[in-house]
Structure formats: structure tokens, C-alpha cells
Design a protein around this ligand. Structure first.
Ligand SMILES: [Zn+2]
Ligand SMILES: [Zn+2]
Length: 253
């Protein structure tokens, strides 16, 4: 039974489209034949037209076992990428939902800057599915959203990374990390400038709470990884057992 509702306007292309409500709801990720892409289409059914929904590319294997880089070649097993073979990372593994391409970028932008916080619900469900896929239940002690600088948080009114995991309960801690200085937006900066921009921009507020803990850092997007690497580095310095990373988007560089 399908019910045609009022036309919705697509968050990416602006086109109006008809949304048909079905009784099926979102598929169970583990058993859904279409995997993450099918889940994304279902979750975004009220927000994206069918054409834009199909643009989403899930971060499916083969990916880098360490940094989660999605390899261009769609053949073969997961393995370490060239960069991870050459340089140590301060985190155990980084995983994401999908490629941070133009359409996901537009969705994240609408969510963060245009007050389309209703996108937080579907994005959060997507992230939960990715989390369940890569981490065993109970293996993570603390979930830490990457903090905003207080003035920016006041201006925006919410921390987009925190909203994505808020429903996970007590394991989510907002008072572990703090951003101690205002940083320029990373957008438009090169790899080296990004690292420099965030260097020393965070501090661990509660060092005793991270000792020997397996921490999952959550952010909206992994571009060069400069921000999450800096956060992971200072958490490790406070003797965190392991720091892993989870983001919605993963840039393919
Ligand atoms: Zn569209
Ligand atoms: Zn890698």
C-alpha cells in the first residue's frame, strides 16, 4: 500500500519529488541485500529525490584497513594504502559511511549550516549501521564527538558530531575534549595547512577518564584526517588504549 504525500523538495538539487510512504520502513542493515546504499535511500526518502539518493556511494571494500581510504579499484581485498604503509597514524582504524562527494557534501552543508537539523536523524541511523558493522558490541568504552570552539557552538546552536551519536546514550562523552582556540575553516586548505591549522587546537579536559580506554572519535567528515589525527594524538598522549574514528563522509584523495 503506497500513499502519495505532498511533494517534497530535494535537499541536493532542489527539485520537487513525490514521496511514497511504504509500510516497510528502513531495512535492517545486516540483512538488506543492497547494504548501506539501500539503507541510505530509505533513510533519505523524504529528503532527497530518487536521482540524488542514488548518487550516494557507500564506503564498501576494498578500503584501507587503517585509514579507511576507499580504493578507486573496486576489486580485491582490504589492504593498507600507500600513505599508511609509509606513515604511522595515531589511531587504530578510521571508518565512514560513504564517499564525501558533491551530493553528500551538499547534505552535510544543509545539515550544518542551513538549519536542516532534521537530516540529523537519518544521518545518525546511517552512522549507527556503520558502527555496528565495524565494531563489536561493547568494544568501545567512550564515544567522543569532535568539539567545536565554544563561540562557534553558541553561534550554530548545536555540535553536528554530537547530534549524530546523541542517541547512543551514556557512552557518549562531550566533556573529554575541548577546542582551546578558534581555527580557520579547513575547507580550501591543503594537507599541510590543515595539519598546521589544528595543531594544538584541542586539549584533553579529563585525562584520567581516557586512560586505558578504547575511544571512538566521531566527526562529520574525514577529509585529510588532520582534525581527528590531532584529537587522537592528544588522547593517546593521555594513555588512551586505542582511538578509532567514525565519520559520515570520507574524501577520496
Ligand atoms: Zn535531487
Ligand atoms: Zn590508509
Amino acid at each position: 500500500m503506497k500513499n502519495a504525500l505532498l511533494p517534497f523538495s530535494c535537499r541536493v538539487c532542489g527539485q520537487f519529488f513525490h514521496y511514497y510512504e511504504t509500510n516497510q520502513g528502513a531495512p535492517d542493515y545486516a540483512s538488506a541485500p543492497g547494504g548501506l546504499e539501500a539503507l541510505f535511500t530509505c533513510l533519505m526518502a523524504q529528503h532527497l529525490c530518487p536521482v540524488c539518493a542514488r548518487q550516494f556511494t557507500a564506503a564498501e571494500p576494498p578500503i584501507c584497513t587503517r585509514c579507511g581510504l576507499i580504493f578507486k579499484s573496486r576489486q580485491g581485498e582490504d589492504h593498507l594504502c600507500g600513505d599508511c604503509l609509509e606513515s604511522e597514524k595515531p589511531y587504530g582504524m578510521a571508518r565512514a559511511a560513504g564517499v564525501h562527494d558533491q551530493s553528500l557534501m551538499t547534505i552535510m552543508h544543509a545539515y550544518k549550516y542551513d538549519g536542516k537539523v532534521q537530516l540529523g536523524g537519518p544521518l545518525s541511523k546511517l552512522l549507527t549501521a556503520v558502527y555496528e558493522r565495524h565494531w563489536r558490541p561493547g568494544s568501545i568504552d567512550l564515544v567522543v564527538p569532535v568539539p567545536l570552539y565554544p563561540a562557534r557552538l553558541r553561534k550554530r546552536g548545536f555540535n553536528q558530531a554530537y547530534l549524530l551519536v546523541r542517541s547512543w546514550g551514556d557512552v557518549v562523552k562531550r566533556d573529554i575534549l575541548q577546542r582551546t582556540r578558534r581555527t580557520a575553516p579547513q575547507t580550501g586548505l591543503g594537507r599541510k595547512e590543515r595539519l598546521k591549522n589544528v595543531k594544538g587546537a584541542f586539549s584533553v579536559k579529563a585525562p584520567a577518564a581516557v586512560k586505558n580506554r578504547h575511544i571512538l572519535l566521531v566527526d562529520d567528515v574525514y577529509t585529510t584526517g588532520a582534525t581527528v589525527r590531532e584529537c587522537a594524538r592528544i588522547l593517546k598522549r593521555c594513555n588512551a588504549a586505542q582511538v578509532d574514528i567514525l565519520t559520515v563522509g570520507r574524501a577520496v584523495t
